[in-house]
Write a protein that binds this ligand. Structure first.
Ligand SMILES: [Fe+2]
Ligand SMILES: [Fe+2]
Length: 311
């Protein structure tokens, strides 16, 4: 082989040699838990039973449920490009192997959540492989912006992500409580068990690395959190509050119908309250690390819920 061709195969930065030396036993513990608590959406949920139990629901309700769970599927899948970028970064920055293992597990688990969600949609009605809702089409291109990530150090960026895991975990808990059908409940429960580990990872990295993160970087972290929450997650992902009024009412009504029939959805009026409470908890959790989170007026403004209800 010519020397010039050999040079091309050498990557810069070079990910080798791989060093398998354990640095963080608590992160490794999460990796072992991930193996022990692994589940399979196809095998572990009785899809025939769900189809049977929901077969008598009015068509409109089944379609609302299918739309809702298709959106949920997309939200879960939406986490994987982010995960892929972090895995790449962890590899090329030579981070400890347990960090790479955790991020790999994270990607796999989000895809598992995606699969479980679209199987629910499929059992209820017509699964939408690409979200048909206009608002979701608007949100998709803005969902993940790698430029926002790249300005933060690895662990600060991952901490932002886990704050969102905390928010979505609270919303999913409410959806679990709403679910009247055992198979939907089980899917929510299994997803929540994985999410609890993702949240735990955030706690570990804040505890371990936040002493080394500068005040400017912490300020940036808070700003990025607020930007993503306001710019995309309140536009139909977590809640519909930042959508234009007409679109909010249309999309909200499908969610409301799915919630009314106990299909594991949240009523749009309820979502803002859940996010407000979760946000208050997040503020307390990050307070010891001096992470300033800007005021989120759509959620924390006075009488937000009352104003929405009055429209
Ligand atoms: Fe997930
Ligand atoms: Fe997650």
């Amino acid at each position: 082989m010519e020397a010039s061709m050999l040079e091309e195969t050498v990557q810069n930065p070079n990910p080798y040699p791989v060093v398998a030396e354990l640095h963080y036993d608590d992160i490794w513990h999460l990796c072992k838990q991930s193996q022990e608590l692994a589940w399979d959406p196809v095998r572990d949920i009785d899809w025939a039973a769900l189809k049977e139990e929901t077969s008598n629901l009015p068509d409109e309700v089944r379609q609302a449920g299918a739309e809702w769970w298709s959106l949920r599927a997309w939200m879960e899948h939406g986490a994987t490009p982010y995960g892929a970028e972090r895995l790449r970064q962890a590899i090329f920055e030579h981070l400890p192997f347990e960090v790479k293992q955790h991020v790999t597990n994270f990607i796999l688990e989000e895809l598992r959540h995606h699969q479980a969600s679209f199987l629910i949609a499929d059992a209820l009605g017509e699964y939408q492989p690409t979200p048909r809702s206009d608002y979701f089409q608007m949100v998709i291109p803005k969902f993940h912006d790698e430029k926002d990530e790249k300005v933060m150090p690895f662990y600060a960026g991952m901490a932002v992500n886990t704050l969102f895991e905390q928010l979505s975990g609270e919303l999913l808990t409410a959806r679990y409580k709403n679910a009247r059908y055992p198979q939907i409940r089980l899917a929510c429960e299994l997803i929540l068990r994985d999410e609890a580990r993702h949240i735990q990872f955030g706690r570990i990295i804040m505890r371990r690395f936040f002493d080394e993160i500068s005040m400017d970087q912490k300020k940036l972290l808070g700003e990025k959190f607020a930007k993503k929450l306001r710019g995309s997650l309140l536009n139909g992902v977590y809640a519909v509050v930042n959508l234009p009024k007409d679109e909010r009412q249309r999309s909200g009504s499908a969610r409301a119908l799915a919630a009314e029939y106990g299909l594991g959805a949240t009523h749009p009026d309820e979502e803002v309250g859940i996010i407000a409470e979760a946000l208050a908890t997040i503020r307390q959790d990050v307070a010891p690390y001096d992470v300033p989170i800007p005021f989120i007026k759509e959620i924390e403004g006075e009488n937000v819920t009352a104003a929405l209800a009055a429209e």
